[in-house]
Design a protein around this ligand. Sequence first.
Ligand SMILES: [Zn+2]
Length: 113
Amino acid sequence: MPLAVSSPSTSEDAALADLLKKLKNYPVGSDLKERELQAVYDYLITKDPKPEHWFCDETPSTLVPEAAAFSLRLHAYNGVQANKWKKVLAEIVSKCSACAQGMEDRLLDCQVT
Ligand SMILES: [Zn+2]
């Protein structure tokens, strides 16, 4: 009997959860380490299959809305990856009104100082 393939996403998820917890304590506007932003980006954009919902109840994991909310900081960035992220985000909110609403809520959260 073959061994069950352990899901590689488990340790990845745990690592991301740790990272997000840490990043939450960063004051808004503080410089992010590129590597940390990259991890969040990878989780949302290059993961396979990548999540099709970021902010609503249909997200595959509770980490997705956390990561997505954090990734909203990418709005301030330019470059190939940031532009790809903006495109994916636009697609997601155009397909799902609950995600669009969820993003609005997250944006409001971010702006409260
Ligand atoms: Zn959705």
